[in-house]
Design a protein around this ligand. Structure first.
Ligand code: GEK
Length: 243
């Protein structure tokens, strides 16, 4: 997906306010996420492949925190079973409005329903696939356990949760190194030091990363029999949890 270049934090903004998924972000979002999340495109492609493998007839695939629907579209083009639909949800009206325009141009036949609502309030049922692609990190820590319990309950036996997150590391040296490497990655993508540091301030207390062990323990606590990383690029990891 082509989009205008992200230059939101290119000029000094004095006091940086908390990051929001508003119209300015939506306008540049595909460029922003590709240049900020190492491995993003590889993860999107693999979500399609996983959905192709796990989507079941007469079931639902959920894309929670769908933004402009990159994961939804990837799944939509790989699902081959009949009577399977996708429910894509985001609570940013600007994201949902733009995604609906994108969706109109997509010809694949799997039905997609796009909802503008808080994913914590969503009814999840009859799910064969649930995608949380860089979304759980924006949910308050205190709500994550109950939210994942709800996902687990809504998944069919044999269903899959695809969970991608920015990670933190318990070991200080790893934390320092991986954070630095992410910044080096962003600079190699054309962001300046100012852009990197202002974006970092904007995301402080908005994007709350956890360690892989914290994720794995919580996934096991809610009942997932197995939870592993299938892809990692510096401090960004994609996990799969199996019911
Ligand atoms: C992708 N998955 O391109 N309810 C609904 N949506 C929410 C909530 C919430 N409580 N909190 C945050 N969001 C996408 C990328 S972006 C990741 C996901 C990023 C939404 C928010 O509006 C935004 O669109 C998305 O979660 C996170 O595969 O920008 O780093």
């Amino acid at each position: 997906m082509n989009s205008p270049k992200d230059s939101i934090y290119a000029s000094p903004v004095g006091e940086v306010s908390a990051f929001k998924f508003d119209e300015a972000v939506v306008r540049v979002f595909p460029d922003m996420i590709q240049r900020s999340v190492p491995g993003y495109q590889a993860i999107i492609s693999a979500i399609g492949l996983l959905a192709g493998r796990f989507a079941r007839e007469h079931s639902v695939c959920y894309d929670l925190g769908c933004s402009l629907g990159a994961a939804t579209l990837s799944m939509r083009h790989q699902i081959t079973v009949d009577n399977c639909r996708i429910i894509a949800v985001d609570n940013s009206p600007a994201m949902v409005t733009r995604f609906l325009q994108v969706l109109e141009k997509d010809q694949a036949k799997v039905p997609v329903e796009v909802l503008c609502q808080d994913i914590r309030e969503l009814e999840i049922e009859n799910a064969s696939v649930v995608v949380l692609n860089f979304t759980l990190q924006f949910i308050p820590l205190a709500d994550r356990l109950i939210f994942l319990q709800k996902i687990y309950q809504g998944l069919l036996p044999g269903g899959i949760l695809i969970l991608s997150e920015k990670l933190k590391f318990a070991d200080d040296r790893q934390q320092e190194l991986q954070t630095q490497m992410h910044h080096i990655f962003k600079k190699a993508q054309g962001y300046s030091d100012l852009e990197v540091s202002q974006k970092r301030s904007a995301l402080e207390n908005v994007l709350i990363p956890e360690t892989f062990t914290e994720h794995q323990n919580r996934l096991q606590q809610v009942g997932f029999g197995s939870a592993e990383v299938w892809f990692q690029y510096f401090n960004f990891a994609a996990m799969i949890a199996l019911k």
